[in-house]
Design a protein around this ligand. Structure first.
Ligand code: PGA
Length: 250
């Protein structure tokens, strides 16, 4: 894993009211005391500020699940990077497959969102991944090639020095079907080689590539043993503080 610092990120999706999110964050802050792994949780928007208050003195960082690319304006229902920063966020998840599937996001909007995140010093977590049909028809690498090339179009390697990529095969999200460690490694290696081809060796060696899709306490260890797996983006198993802390302490 070279010198890359592992990142274990929890995506709470549209779960937990404010009090529930605060309670889980409080439990997590008590359970997690680790300086060798970066930890992030991304609750829903209205819970960001209260959760930030609970975790700010510990080693868990805050992230958002989405943003809009404009700085401000008449965009009803949207949220800007500066608003997320002012709520305490360091990270933002961009282009999650559920955003692409249900909310019309595509490589072009993902590209604009990454630009906006970087402009306000948020660490972008770019999600990529193929559907089951695409895997079956051997399109996996073409899909990922397109998502990376278009999603990261127009950036210099310097601008992307904090970038995190999350490989989340759509067929593994919330289904209980995890990619095998060999499948994950094969794709992570491919993604790193793409970053190398476009941005050069230095960024390729430093960019963190997370695996996401049914990560659990009992499969995290073997995934983390793979040379190109630098962490995990965890959905369902991040909702319970004890379960998530087992993943963090893999
Ligand atoms: P899951 O979700 O861990 O529940 O499969 C992962 C994700 O969507 O980030």
């Amino acid at each position: 894993m070279e010198n890359r610092r592992p990142l274990i990120a929890g995506n709470w999706k549209m779960f937990k009211t404010c009090p529930e999110a605060v309670e889980t964050a409080r439990q997590l802050a008590q359970l997690v005391n680790i300086s060798t792994v970066d930890v992030m949780i991304a609750p829903q928007f209205t819970a960001l500020v209260p959760v930030s208050d609970v975790i700010k003195r510990g080693c868990v960082s805050l992230g958002a699940q989405n943003l809009f690319w404009e700085s401000e304006g008449a965009y009803t229902g949207e949220i800007s990077p500066a608003m997320l920063v002012s709520a305490g966020c360091r990270y933002v998840i961009i282009g999650h497959s559920e955003r692409r599937q249900y909310f019309g996001e595509n490589d072009d909007s993902v590209n604009k969102k990454i630009k906006a995140a970087i402009r306000d010093n948020l660490i972008p977590i770019l999600c990529v991944g193929e559907s089951e049909k695409e895997r079956e028809s051997k399109e996996t690498f073409n899909v990922l090639d397109r998502q990376i090339t278009k999603g990261l179009e127009g950036f210099s390697s310097n601008e992307l020095d904090t970038l995190v990529i999350a490989y989340e095969p759509v067929w593994a999200i919330g289904t209980g079907k995890t990619a095998t460690k060999e499948q994950a490694q094969e794709v992570h290696r491919f993604l790193r080689s793409m970053v190398e081809k476009i941005f050069g060796n230095i960024l390729a060696m430093s960019v963190r590539i997370l695996y996401g899709g049914s990560v659990k306490p009992d499969n995290i260890k073997e995934l983390m043993e793979m040379p190109d797996v630098d962490g995990a983006l965890v959905g369902g198993a991040s909702l319970d503080a004890e379960t998530f802390s087992k993943i963090i302490n893999f």
